[in-house]
Design a protein around this ligand. Sequence first.
Ligand SMILES: NC(=O)c1ccc[n+]([C@@H]2O[C@H](COP(=O)([O-])OP(=O)(O)OC[C@H]3O[C@@H](n4cnc5c(N)ncnc54)[C@H](OP(=O)(O)O)[C@@H]3O)[C@@H](O)[C@H]2O)c1
Length: 303
Amino acid sequence: MQVGMIGLGRMGMNMARRLLGGGHGVAAFNRTPQKTKELEAEGGRGAYSLDELRDLLIPPRVIWLMLPAGETVDAHLEELRALLSEGDMIVDGANSDYRDTVRRAKGLAGAGLLFLDAGVSGGIWGLSQGYCLMVGGPEDAFRVVEPAFKTLAPPEGYMYCGPSGAGHFTKMIHNGIEYGLMQAYGEGLALLKASPYGRRMDLAQLAHVWNRGSVVRSWLLELAEAAFTKDPDLTGLGAYVEDSGEGRWTVREAVDLGVSAPVITMSLMERFRSREKNSFSDRVLAALRREFGGHAVSDAEEK
Ligand SMILES: NC(=O)c1ccc[n+]([C@@H]2O[C@H](COP(=O)([O-])OP(=O)(O)OC[C@H]3O[C@@H](n4cnc5c(N)ncnc54)[C@H](OP(=O)(O)O)[C@@H]3O)[C@@H](O)[C@H]2O)c1
């Protein structure tokens, strides 16, 4: 089938490549034209405006957005709404908030456009391993785009999750789980490293061994092995962990649904914690201990 890809970043470029490798036609637009040229050299058709992209595709068109979630997606949808024809389909592969997705689907339906939300997991390894896809939206549109999903995913690696928002909701929960898993690995390995046993242990080897039949084996542990092989004590990294929204949305959802999710919530808080240097809350604690018990405190410079 023919797919129009908008956004040739770390994800979109490799997804376009995987589609080309699977025998699909890919037309692509990217803000920075150099990347479009790169894809042209690999067999894609380059568009240097959204009008051009529309003209390269035969209706009913399938256009896949692989852009940062939020305003960028909204801005592109607004433009596409004016350019596309009834029956054309748009897939949003960003990590979008499912509530935005529901709103966007309604708006686009008013113009006769079908909107699918595809939660994508696989990162930079997706090109070779395939991308796990969680898809929501009108089921008839899902069936039309299914050949592309099939190519992008590893065998049995995609799923129709339900109506608009279901794909992004499922991806949000997926990422919430990822927060908890990563936190548990981090804490366990930190405990090990603090112990006399773990201090000199080869953690790359340990991650490798844990991936041979243990209950905690996982792809994250394979990545841990790769990271420890490059830098056994991770001394080249700052202890600062970003978050990109899905963890916050998962916690918000836990609150809205009244469902207890302490591991995911604490994992998110720990990421915030990682960014605090000389935190005010710690200074309040030290101040209170000094006030009530005359306990020793360190000087500001020693922190
Ligand atoms: N990286 C991952 O592991 C991963 C996994 C699953 C899902 N996702 C999601 O996939 C989406 C893309 O992620 P990525 O990792 O590919 O990001 P990325 O490497 O930063 O690429 C972003 C893409 O969006 C374009 N872009 C950014 N701002 C734009 C704007 N204002 N107007 C037009 N184009 C703009 C960039 O164009 P330029 O080339 O001109 O900068 C680039 O093509 C995100 O929603 C992300 O959450 C990422």
